[in-house]
Ligand binder design. Structure first.
Ligand code: S3P
Length: 427
């Protein structure tokens, strides 16, 4: 796919599609609860469709009507043992959270994903689950897919997380919910808390005391209605596009503003971006609102520590942002990037270098010097949706055409990305 080389201005309004993390969880919770759960604003991205297909194979009735989804279940205790392998596609969230759920269910199941999932570490989830009594087998002693799970009765755990990962935390909490006794999780650093919030929406008591999450096992979920706000990780591509292109002024509507996810807003503000956040009043668990962003001069900053889990998925597009900021931007404490859909430190550095960026990889991040006029070239997506979208946004400011090799992976999280881009591009 070739993007135009003419420098663009962006104008208009984009309604951001549903949050990927919350969409996954809405299916999982709806499937565990007895009764009917309805969901509005569901993300029809490939990853969330993988989650739907796995739960359908467990006998859960799931109907999709546009962005509205209904889930009818007899509850986790009455699922069917799947005759077929559960395929989690490209989705780490599906693989890890489903593992936690299945480990404490009465089900035997086998899970597999795509080539990227086959390389992603599962030991970080399987270790604590085994400590709870889980029976899981996997390649290399349980480190990689395919995974076979024989669900059984588990015991709650007190667990100190060795990595800052919401997927690991959520897998333990979902297992803990269906276990005997209490589960207490201590995080290395606070990570996205959609699982805890959705537990409350389904009537479960879960408390955070001095930063530790306490959950009593055996609580019943009460089916409910979930409104999914837009994904700030998808909005991030247009926030950066609005900031780095000339004469731009765009309004992003329906953006999830959960404070565990808003690191991108902090970074843009610290860099000097011209943005305004209007939070909507909500009775639900997940805050959301509109963000207006205009072009501006930007300056380099240091990004690390507790901020990293609050913007982990935004680091590829933040690296592109930094190429347009004056001075040096240092990203550190982000070694987790190496175990995402692809090694995102290597991918971002290689691809932005091809376009002429002054960027170097470090052991746990990147150092970027700007501002720099980017050239054209071919950006390889490595089958990673966020690298593909980074390339597409780079094309808006490059002096020559930017070609994206294999942009189809973008449908993992943002199926109508190119349509939205076309709608706001004015030159
Ligand atoms: C997610 C958590 C994050 C994030 C991923 C979605 C989730 O992964 O990168 O895209 O839905 O819980 P880690 O928690 O492993 O960092």
């Amino acid at each position: 796919m070739i993007q135009s080389s003419k420098k663009a201005s962006l104008k208009g309004i984009i309604t951001i599609p549903g949050d990927k993390s919350i969409s996954h969880r809405s299916i999982m919770f709806g499937a565990m609860a007895k009764g009917k759960t309805t969901v509005d604003g569901f993300l029809l991205g490939d990853d969330c469709l993988s989650t739907i297909s796995c739960f359908q194979k467990l006998g859960v009735k799931i109907d999709v009507n546009g962005n509205q989804v209904s889930i009818e279940s007899d509850g986790i205790k009455n699922w069917n043992e799947p005759q077929d392998i559960l395929n989690t596609g490209n989705s780490g969230t599906t693989t890890r959270l489903l593992l936690g759920i299945l480990a404490a269910s009465p089900i035997y199941a086998v899970m597999i994903g795509d080539d990227s999932i086959a390389k992603r570490p599962m030991k970080r989830v399987i270790d604590p689950l085994r400590q709870m009594g889980a029976q899981i087998l996997g390649r290399s002693g349980g480190q990689y897919t395919p995974l076979a799970v024989q669900g059984t009765t588990l015991q709650g755990i007190t667990y100190q997380m060795p990595v800052a990962s919401a997927q690991v935390k959520s897998a333990i909490l979902l297992a803990g919910l269906n276990s005997e006794g209490t589960t207490i999780v201590t995080e290395l650093e606070p990570t996205r808390d959609h699982t805890e919030r959705m537990m409350r929406q389904f009537g479960v008591q879960v408390e955070t005391i001095d930063g530790d999450i306490h959950l009593r096992g055996g609580q019943q979920l009460v089916s409910t209605h979930i409104d999914v706000p837009g994904d700030i990780s998808s909005a991030a591509f247009f926030l950066v596009a609005g900031a780095i292109t000339d004469n731009s002024d765009i309004m992003l509507k329906n953006v999830g503003l959960n404070p565990t996810r808003t690191g991108i807003i902090d970074v843009l503000s610290q860099m000097g971006a011209n943005l305004k956040v209007e939070e909507s009043i909500t009775n639900g668990e997940e805050p959301f609102g509109n963000i207006r962003i205009k072009s501006s001069e930007l300056k380099g900053i240091e990004i690390g520590g507790e901020l990293i889990p609050r913007l982990i998925d935004e680091l590829p597009i933040i690296a592109l942002l930094a190429t347009q900021a004056s001075g040096t931007t240092v990203i550190r404490d982000a070694a987790e990037l190496k175990v995402k859909e692809t090694d995102r430190i290597t991918a971002v550095v290689n691809e932005l270098k091809k376009l002429g960026a002054n960027i170097e990889a470090t052991d746990d991040g990147m150092i970027i010097k700007g501002p720099i006029q980017l050239n054209g070239g071919t950006v390889t997506s490595y089958g990673d949706h966020r690298i593909g979208m980074m390339g597409a946004i780079a094309s808006l400011i490059a002096s020559e055409p930017v070609e994206i090799d294999d942009p189809s992976c973008i449908s993992v999280s943002y199926p109508n990305f190119f349509e939205h881009l076309k709608n706001v591009k004015t030159t």
